[in-house]
Design a binder for this molecule. Structure first.
Ligand code: ZN
Length: 126
């Protein structure tokens, strides 16, 4: 696995469920009233440590949108999607914004701390 340059966020953090890579800040949440196939999802003004997939047209409850799936750079898991364009005028505010699915991103801060400690212990053993 290559060297990864990860951005570390401070504050109330949303991390990848699988590898604890930081993805977004609670301060950057625009709306918590979104839904995805796993349940609730949050709309973020910005996210970090992600890569994007191919553009595609997707029909949603609020109309047709051009979206790209977003993936965690740490483990490659799909963590949500980004709105590239919205056809409906009322949905234009979502353009350039990100959806993080709550199911894979919510992790207690204590778990992140534990993981950091464990990783340090493992690193020292090598
Ligand atoms: Zn991950």
């Amino acid at each position: 696995m290559g060297m990864l340059f990860l951005i570390c966020l401070e504050g109330s953090i949303y991390s990848c469920k699988h590898c604890y890579t930081h993805l977004g800040l609670a301060d950057d949440i625009i709306s918590k009233s979104f839904h995805c196939r796993h349940g609730k999802a949050y709309l973020f003004n910005k996210v970090v440590n992600i890569t994007v997939g191919e553009k595609e047209e997707r029909m949603m409850m609020t109309g047709m949108h051009t979206v790209v799936d977003i993936f965690c750079v740490g483990c490659g898991s799909i963590v949500g999607w980004k709105y590239e364009a919205a056809q409906e005028k009322a949905q234009k505010y979502k353009e350039g914004k990100f959806i993080l699915e709550r199911y894979p991103v919510t992790v207690a801060l204590v778990e992140v701390k534990l993981f950091t400690v464990l990783k340090k212990v493992l690193d020292e053993q090598v």
